[in-house]
Design a protein around this ligand. Structure first.
Ligand SMILES: Cc1cc2nc3c(=O)[nH]c(=O)nc-3n(C[C@H](O)[C@H](O)[C@H](O)COP(=O)(O)OP(=O)(O)OC[C@H]3O[C@@H](n4cnc5c(N)ncnc54)[C@H](O)[C@@H]3O)c2cc1C
Length: 456
């Protein structure tokens, strides 16, 4: 990977920016799907353009992360981040096909699903009716955008029915009091209309990240933690720590693909302040919570007849499923925790956290002393991951409709991209990140007057 050597040395305040010249035409912060898509497209559109991607981690892919350890794990590895390609029409099929990456339909084998504290058929019927009521009630509502919890409380007084409905918020990895009712119901409806099937990436999602990075070889600099941004029309400065040493560079156009959790943490200071509209858009979002714990056991205690499926509690805060792609010989189970369950595990930390996970699994499976059968596990805490600080973006109560403001350029120089900036219902996803990378590449290509990029 490349090493950028900025000509500016340590950047001072905004006024210290040089009037002429810049080290790069385009700097992109973040080598996730959004950043690498933008880098690929801009490099192709203007082969002479100087483009560099600064990435904090020692790897590319961001929230695409497949754990591979052939000694211990099933040969295909285990997904810690993105799990599935959502939909047969997901725009990322362009990439999957280009790189000839094999996939497998989640529904291809007709595997049964096992649920823990499952809903009965009558529950499902009632749930369907309640959801239809919720959509209707929201369609005629003209009041403020309240939290999903507040909205559901007006719909039913039955605590069990409320819990069943809360699962819809948890499916966005959000507690119902943290997320906008309009986002869950309206964006959820759009998602249901659009989404058909799910697919697993054979070999793991990291394969996609590695193939994308290979196409822009020499343009990604790892171990580069951006701390400060300065901008004015036509010029931006970036201060970052490269392998711990503070350094800086300048560019004509700057693309930030930082996750919302990082943007909100204040870990990257932006000067001057970004416009109120953009700040309000950031304020209207936050990160959902997820912890992922894959586990390998000495034997398939779930029994040979229990083909891979999943268990989950009523509101989907705790679920267990068989990881990707199903390997029946692997004795592997993946624990998936969202909302309050993710926060609890994150607070407990890896050591106490795994004991809590095994308690839940014992409850789910009716087994005892699973610790004695546990051979290996990994504790992936996205809540505390310093370069994500959460799972994926959610819309806060009152924030519905503000997300799109994040796509507006600032001073024709600073741009935001990443899954949080994708239009509903595609935010939160890999293909949303891909769409945002395309959109921002198009904006920057137009600003630099280089070749055209087809619309996202
Ligand atoms: C547990 C989990 C499960 C998921 N499951 C799915 C799924 O099944 N299907 C699906 O479509 N999507 C899924 N997603 C969401 C999907 O992974 C993301 O939407 C997508 O990968 C986001 O891409 P991005 O480029 O916007 O952000 P990221 O991938 O987060 O990239 C941003 C990059 O910025 C870097 N960065 C952060 N701070 C700094 C800094 N200060 N300086 C420099 N670099 C920095 C980060 O290290 C990162 O590489 C899942 C996510 C998680 C966490």
């Amino acid at each position: 990977m490349a090493v950028a050597t900025g000509g500016l040395g340590l950047l001072g305040p905004r006024t210290a920016l040089p009037a002429l010249g810049a080290d790069y035409d385009v700097v992109i912060v973040g080598a996730g799907v959004a950043g690498m898509t933008a880098a690929q497209l801009l490099s192709k559109a203007g082969p002479g353009l100087k483009v560099i991607v600064l990435e904090a981690r020692d790897r590319v892919g961001g929230r695409l992360l497949t754990l591979r350890d052939r000694q211990t794990l099933p040969s295909h590895g285990v997904e810690l981040g993105a799990q599935l390609i959502h939909g047969s029409q997901a725009p990322t099929w362009e990439l999957i096909k280009r790189y000839d990456i094999a996939t497998r339909s989640r529904h291809a084998t007709g595997e049964p699903t096992f649920r823990f504290l499952d809903n009965s058929p009558q529950d499902w019927e009632r749930l369907g009716a309640l959801k239809a009521e919720a959509r209707e009630a929201l369609a005629s509502e003209i009041g403020p955008d309240v939290s999903y919890q507040t909205f559901i409380e007006t719909l039913t007084e039955d605590p069990r029915e409320r819990e069943m409905l809360y699962a819809d918020a948890l499916s966005w990895s959000a507690e119902p009091d943290r997320i906008s009712a309009r986002a869950v119901i309206k964006d959820g409806e759009r998602w249901d209309d659009w989404h058909d099937e799910d697919f697993q990436v054979i070999g793991g999602y990291s394969t996609l990240a590695e193939r994308m990075a290979a196409e822009i070889e020499g343009r990604i600099q790892l171990d580069s933690v951006v701390t400060d941004i300065f901008f004015r029309p036509g010029l931006a400065g970036i201060r970052y720590k490269y392998s711990g040493v503070t350094t800086a560079l300048t560019c004509r156009q700057l693309i930030l693909t930082l996750p919302i959790g990082v943007l909100k943490s204040g870990g990257v200071e932006i000067q001057p302040a970004i416009p109120d509209t953009i700040q309000r858009s950031i304020d209207s979002l936050e990160m959902g919570q997820a912890v992922v714990v894959p586990m390998m056991f000495s034997e398939p205690f779930w029994g040979a007849e229990a083909a891979p499926g999943s268990w989950s509690d009523l509101a989907d805060r705790v679920s267990f499923n068989f990881p990707h792609p199903v390997d029946k010989g692997g004795n592997a189970i993946q624990g998936w925790f969202t909302g309050a369950a993710a926060q609890e595990l994150s607070r407990l930390g890896p050591e106490a956290g795994i004991s809590r996970v095994l308690q839940w699994l014992e409850q789910a499976s009716g087994q005892q002393n699973l610790a004695s059968k546990l051979r290996w596990h990994h504790f992936m805490d996205w809540v505390r991951d310093p370069y994500t600080l959460g799972s994926y973006s959610i819309t806060r109560p009152g924030g519905h409709g503000r997300r799109r403001l994040l796509t507006e350029p600032v001073a024709d120089t600073l741009y935001f991209a990443g899954e949080a900036t994708a239009p509903p219902p595609h935010y939160q996803t890999v293909h949303g990140a891909y769409l945002s990378g395309k959109r921002v590449a198009q904006q920057v290509a137009a600003a630099l007057r280089v070749g055209s990029i087809s619309p996202a």
